[in-house]
Design a binder for this molecule. Structure first.
Ligand code: FCB
Length: 475
């Protein structure tokens, strides 16, 4: 491993000051986040068999440059060093995901102990270094055999997920305090089955809506299993990428376009999970696609099993108006009624607008809708064109600026009464960015994928300062 000096940098111009600063509450959880397929590699080791991302990344033209997660950041072999990196940064929490294909390769039957062993070692290593593990059970990597049996549009996949949750909970339940069932089911359903830009690459509005319901059912079923299996102190959560939506104008037509996207992107998960109902307007909007008869009696009781917190992943907002969108659009038919306008202002390397107010808007909306539910920002971060300079340093001032702005928004939300318990920076390491392959770098630690050398970026040093200070400097 590269020797790491995570001490406060002098080059970022953000040294702790004597000014007042923006202090976060005591006990605030300062984390980093990753996911299994994006960093682990070791795709065929210890009995692991393909997930839908292994298959999809081999389909011509689906992933930039034909990249796959076969090796990724080789984290499976470098895990203790990567944990040391986090320790040196001072993070209090680490959000990782468990690869279903590593633990239960066919998606059925008993666990593969050698697969579970990696996560046992990871959790032990984290705890030994004073870092709290936050485990996500599903970050988009369905075992291929379950996709071959119909995947998320089939109801049985939800039951398979609850059984898998049980296996992982039995193995790690005594040492992992926080559990997240699913990461961003919107992407799994609408990018995976709707417009096909993600694995498994299907393009069917009906399949996407069925998948969304079965994700909700899987979440609720797993939450019940976890509640039974885990100590009473365990925190059970779900992570959604709620869309921060803004109307282009305040005409009734544009407001109605926002309503449609809010239904198919946000309330399709929020309503079943937190209110035990389907959004009636969504059912009406999608009448041409389905009559929703795949939602059976009792399902909405399962989907609304009480949980302890909600994770929000936020990157940028969307500006919506009446109109129509080019296909392939992941909106289950709503694309015939809505248009998206790029928001003004600076962009990241993903071409995503930088706008921290969207995060504040989402957090305050959640405070109003679910006043008693603790929140965590489980992902936030940005890709930029990072490179190691001849001195071996990676200067990423735009990322520091992005992170500072978004943490400022979180701080403002907390001041305004939102119960935000933590912030998980996406991502610890540069990694396999799904259909963009290795071309987009979100890490605060640079990875040279040829040598697997890790280099701490300026943003990591900046984050270490923020954590050490318990907030943002303002001087
Ligand atoms: C989120 C995903 C995460 C990463 C970031 C950039 O949607 O959960 O895996 O790709 O976007």
């Amino acid at each position: 491993m590269t020797a790491v000096d995570a001490r406060p940098a002098t080059s970022t111009g953000t040294r702790p000051g004597t000014g007042t600063g923006l202090r976060f509450p005591t006990g605030f959880r300062w984390g980093t986040a990753t996911s299994a397929y994006q960093i682990e590699g070791a795709a065929t080791e210890n009995g692991r068999t393909p997930s839908i991302w292994d298959t999809f990344s081999r389909m011509p033209g689906k992933v930039h440059n034909g990249d796959t997660g076969d090796i990724a950041a080789d984290h499976l072999h470098r895990m203790p060093d990567d944990v040391q990196l986090m320790k040196e940064l001072g993070v209090t929490d680490y959000r990782f995901s468990v690869s279903w294909s590593r633990v239960q390769p066919t998606g059925r039957g008993p666990a593969v102990e050698r697969g579970l062993d990696f996560y046992r070692r990871l959790v032990d290593e984290l705890l030994a270094n004073g870092i709290r593990p936050v485990a996500t059970l599903y970050h988009w990597d369905l075992p291929q055999e379950l996709e071959d049996a119909g995947g998320w549009p089939e109801r049985d996949t939800a039951q398979r997920f609850a059984d898998y949750a049980d296996l992982v909970a039995r193995a790690l339940g005594d040492r992992v305090p926080t559990w997240t069932t699913l990461n961003e089911p919107w992407c799994g359903a609408f990018l995976g089955y709707g417009n096909g830009l993600h694995a498994p690459g299907r393009t069917s509005n009906l399949a996407a809506l069925r998948a969304a319901h079965h994700f909700n059912l899987a979440h609720g079923g797993a939450a019940r299993v976890l509640r039974d299996r885990l100590p009473s102190t365990a925190e059970i959560s779900l992570t959604l990428n709620l869309h921060a939506l803004r109307p282009l104008t305040d005409t009734a037509a544009d407001l109605d376009a926002v309503r449609r996207i809010d239904a198919v992107a946000n309330r399709i998960f929020m309503d079943p999970v937190f209110h035990g109902r389907l959004p009636q307007d969504l059912v009406e909007d999608t009448a041409g696609v389905t009559d929703w008869s795949f939602v059976r009696d009792g399902d909405l009781e399962v989907t609304s099993t009480p949980i302890d917190s909600l994770g929000i992943n936020y990157y940028s907002p969307s500006v919506v108006s009446a109109g129509s969108s080019a296909s392939p659009a992941p909106w289950a038919g709503a694309e015939e009624h809505v248009a998206f306008t790029p928001a003004a202002g600076p962009r990241t390397a993903m071409d995503w607008p930088v706008d921290a107010n969207g995060l504040y808007e989402l957090l305050t909306r959640l405070r109003d809708e679910l006043p008693h539910l603790p929140l965590m920002v489980t992902e936030n971060g940005a890709a930029y064109e990072d490179y190691a300079d001849p001195a071996g340093e990676v200067h990423d001032p735009e990322r520091v600026e992005y992170l500072d702005a978004h943490l400022t928004a979180v701080h403002r939300a907390i001041q305004d009464g939102v119960d935000v318990r933590g912030y998980f920076l996406w991502s610890l390491l540069d990694n396999f960015e799904w259909s963009y392959g290795y071309s987009k770098r979100f890490g605060i630690v640079h990875v040279d994928f040829a040598s697997q050398r890790r280099t701490v970026k300026d943003s990591a040093r900046w984050y270490a300062e923020v954590i050490a200070r318990g907030g943002l400097a303002r001087d």
